[in-house]
Each structure stands twice: as C-alpha cells, then as structure tokens.
Design a protein around this ligand. Sequence first.
Ligand code: CP
Ligand code: NVA
Length: 318
Amino acid sequence: MPRHPEKGTEMSHFLDIHTTPQDELRAMIDQARAMKNARQGLPKGTPDAEQPLAGRMIALIFEKPSTRTRISFDVGARQMGGQTMVLSGKDMQLGHGESISDTARVLSRYVDLIMLRTFDEATLLEMAEHATVPVINGLTDASHPCQIMADIVTYEEHRGAPGGRKFVWSGDGNNVCTSWLHAAGQFGFDLTFTGPETLDPDAKAVEFARSRGSRVDIVRDPLVAAHGADAIVTDTWVSMHDPESARERRHNQLRPYQVNSRMMAEAKPDALFMHCLPAHRNEEATSEVMDGPQSVIFDESENRLHAQKAILRWCLGV
Ligand code: CP
Ligand code: NVA
C-alpha cells in the first residue's frame, strides 16, 4: 500500500478505475460480493459481523446533489462500525474562497477519509494531493468510478464475469461513460459507443481501453450498435455539470439514442439493461425497458452500498 510522502501513513486514494491496479479492483469486487452475501436477509441497520471501520470518522462532501452516493456511503460506513458526516460544499468555507489545499489539510486533522463529489476533476486531484488521509471520487464532471464498480458487481451477479462481453453505451459520452471505458480496459470487455459525434466519449478513456486490448467501436446507428450486445447502458441526457441552456439541443440530438424495446430487440435475448440512475423516464430509456425483465437498475443502486464498503476498506487498508 502506498504511503503518504510526508506523513509515512498508509493510504490509498480511490480516484479512478484506470489508475487503480487491476488485481486490487478484482479483490474489491470479490470482497463486495462476499460482504453482500454475508448480510442477506438482515435488517439494513444490522452491524456487520466484522467492524473494520470502528473508530473511523468519514467525511462525505457534496458539491452537487446526490441520493444514492450520499446514502449508500453513509449506510455502508455505519454497517462497518464507522461514523460519518455528510457535508455540503456550499456550507463549508471551501464554497466561500478557502483553498482546496488548506481544506484538505484541515479535514485530514479531523477525519480518517474524505469522499468528495465535485465539478472539476482538478478539485478532486488537489484534495488528494494535499490530504493526508485517503480520498474517494464520488463523481466529478469527468468520471464516476464508484458507480461502475457497483455495476461490475451487478453484471457479475446476473451473468458472470464481464470479460469478452459486448457492452453498448447509448447516448452522451459523459462521466459515467468514461468510467465504463476505464472498466472495459481493466476488466477486459468490449464497448460500443453509439451517440452523436458532438457527444463522443473521452478520447483518452477510449485510448486507455484500447491500450489494454479491449475493442472500442463508435457506431452512429443505434440499432446497428446494439446488435448482439450483452448489456445496453445509458444515462441522463443532461448531466449535473451541463448548462441548462444545452438541454433542448441535447434532447433533439439524443432522442434517436433512447433505449427502447426496438433497441433491446437487437441485443442478445439475455442482454441486461443498465442505468446508474437518476433517470428521466421515457427520455433516455422507456419505462417499459426500465421496468422490464432485463433491467437491473435497482440492483445497481443496491450494489453501490456493497461496492463502496469494499472501496472504503481498501482505502483504509482494513
Ligand atoms: N448514481 C448516482 O451517483 O446517484 P446519485 O446522484 O443519487 O448519488
Ligand atoms: N452523468 C450524470 C450521472 C449522475 C449520477 C451526472 O453527472 O449528472
């Protein structure tokens, strides 16, 4: 485990899927599944048999709204014996001119781990550079690694290892799409992107996946793209960081990429439908697909809890 350059303390930041060692990602997925299985049927507030976070204080900082990330980190840390505080960036001095580096140093004196949801990726990286405790990426404009760790858990539960499978991303090549591309490279699956050229996925993420031997195709026709897919994945057409002024144009551009029964019919008969949520029903995906037999969207939400518990343990080395 890396050590902090000044303090010599053990710590691992969880900043992105492509920058985390492959074998450690694998171990986190396995641990998430084992911890989930160990809790089957228990009331949600039951403490885990092991309490690896006993005595640990976790700060969960949000500069954007959140339902799943906020609650799943909070519940997960408590199940493992940790204590949490949920903080809004705008209520902190951080939102009123205090530097990120000073905030990181101050928080490191109070808490054992910082989870940050923010806008610019540079804010997260600066927090990680100056914190002397682990920092977790709870979503930036650029990526959403905790989500895709939960999604790998979900895919594996339903269909086994994702290696060699064809995942199709339909819609905006956004932060969630970037983390799927990172996961393609790390877990060895192929990804076909379908969407308008102006919303193409991050070129560096595409390059990363290809450099690890994954096939990444960009196909403009959504029905051609969906052909033979093992999973079809989408996300909102307008992300939290997108300007409101872009809404109408994006809707017009992305309407052909709606995941509906026609698109699902092109995929394999046992293909999964995945969405990180929150969704805008009957925009990026129809309610028929979201509530249909191939949809695993609420398992994805549940698995945020289990995946992040493994991430917290990995970061803290417990
Ligand atoms: N998927 C996800 O991160 O949801 P929240 O924005 O509700 O946290
Ligand atoms: N792409 C979305 C994901 C929300 C979980 C956003 O950034 O708003």
